[in-house]
Design a protein around this ligand. Structure first.
Ligand code: ADP
Length: 403
């Protein structure tokens, strides 16, 4: 059995999934959260044919090193592995790969240093990713480890899509450009869309909408990303749970002048206090709906703004692609929010986008289509699976390296 452990290391958490790659099934999964606090919580799930059993462990976990130790212990105790050394590989999610990483990459000292060098580009994410890699290398030094980058899928953007209209030296000297994120998810659902449509991915033009706590759109031409809504950082583009998305950059200076807020305060506000939360006080889409249904005008406005922004991107990316085969909804909101999907598609019938209300109302764990039988553009709901995609890319990377 080929076993691959996928690690997603955040600043105070480590999430993980252990896959059996002969079939892509999950053997175990879980998360160690609140690392560094007095009491950490480790939830560990064992997956089997008869279902999923979860155990919860509250204990002090001082740092990521201890966190990964706890994960190793529970993987062994629950029988998911006998020893970590039996793993085929470990795949790490890394948020920012800059321009250096277009592909998943086998980690060695030089690669790790390059990921460290990327920290100024992604100060909120890459330090924790680096920490996860460092402790995994220490605890499983003989297991091949692969970095899978959120930015890699979007390295195919043409320069006219990734350049900002700023002085040239900001790109040449400081690498300021659009990188795009959620690439693993966009890549995964694009592949699944090709399977669902029964056509080769290389023949398809798609708009993929990843709508979770973070949210981004991608324009995919013949299977390759040609534009995406997130930019140099994940702040640009769609409205998100707590991030503002597209914004007039002059607001930043205006705020500095009129309120005396410094850069850190403005950055924190745009990332953590804006988006749905900024408009109506709630960042969880289910709560926004609850408030709107109860008559809260701000929540209603938040929903309208959220869908309006998505609709603008669908239109813009349709123009970019010229021909559109399908729009794909994914992420917690894209997969579950029936009202929002209908709202984003309404009025787009002249573009060949026609929703079937009855199909849209269905739910499930599998991918399904929600377009009218006569709609020239397909509308698809596809559950994302970034962890499985990381595991698949990890195996692919090692096989390529071996050849
Ligand atoms: P993350 O980006 O952290 O992985 P998810 O992809 O799980 O997050 O998406 C979380 C979002 O999905 C939340 O805003 C949550 O309210 C929303 N969501 C989950 N279920 C539903 C639902 N049934 N209807 C509307 N929104 C939902």
């Amino acid at each position: 059995m080929i076993k691959v452990l996928v690690i997603n290391s955040g600043s105070s958490s480590i999430k993980y999934q252990l896959f059996n790659m002969d079939g892509g099934t999950v053997l175990a999964s879980g998360a160690v959260e609140r690392i560094g606090e007095a009491q950490s919580l480790h939830r560990h799930r064992v997956h089997s044919d008869s279902g999923i059993t979860e155990s919860r462990h509250e204990q002090a976990v001082a740092d990521h090193r201890e966190g990964l130790s706890c994960i190793g212990t529970l993987l062994r105790e629950s029988g998911a592995v006998t020893e970590l050394s039996e793993l085929f590989a470990i795949g790490h999610r890394v948020v920012h790969g800059g321009e250096s990483f277009r592909e998943p990459t086998l980690i060695n000292a030089a690669v790790l240093q390059q990921v460290r060098d990327m920290i100024p580009l992604a100060p909120l994410h890459n330090p924790a990713n680096v920490m996860g890699i460092e402790v995994a290398l220490q605890q499983a030094p003989d297991i091949p480890q692969v970095a899978v980058f959120d930015t890699a899928f979007h390295q195919s953007l043409p320069p006219h899509a990734w350049r900002y209209a700023l002085p040239d030296r900001l790109y040449t000297e400081q690498r300021i450009r659009r990188y795009g994120f959620h690439g693993t998810s966009h890549a995964y659902v694009a592949k699944q869309a090709a399977i669902l449509l029964g056509k080769p991915l290389a023949s398809l033009n798609l708009v993929t909408l990843h709508l979770g706590n973070g949210a981004s759109a991608a324009a995919i031409a013949q299977g390759r990303s040609v534009d995406t809504s997130m930019g140099m950082t994940p702040l640009e583009g769609l409205i998100m749970g707590t991030r503002c998305g597209d914004l007039d950059p002059a607001i930043h200076f205006y705020l500095g002048r009129t309120t005396g807020m410094d850069n850190d305060a403005i950055e924190s506000m745009l990332n953590k206090e804006s988006g749905l939360k900024g408009i109506c006080g709630a960042n969880d889409m289910r709560e926004v709906h609850r408030l709107a249904d109860a008559g809260d005008a701000q929540a209603r406005l938040a929903l309208d703004m959220y869908c309006y922004r998505i609709k603008k991107y669908i239109g813009a990316y349709y123009a970019v692609l010229g021909r559109l085969d399908a729009v794909v909804f994914t992420g917690g909101i894209g997969e579950n929010d029936i009202w929002m999907r209908a709202q984003c598609c309404s009025g787009l019938e002249t573009l060949g986008i026609t929703l079937d209300a009855q199909k849209n109302a269905s739910t499930g764990n599998e991918a399904f289509d929600i377009h009218d039988a006569a709609s020239p553009v397909s509308l698809l709901v596809i559950p994302t699976n970034e962890e499985l995609e990381i595991a698949l890319q990890t195996v692919g990377c090692i096989r390529n390296t071996e050849h």
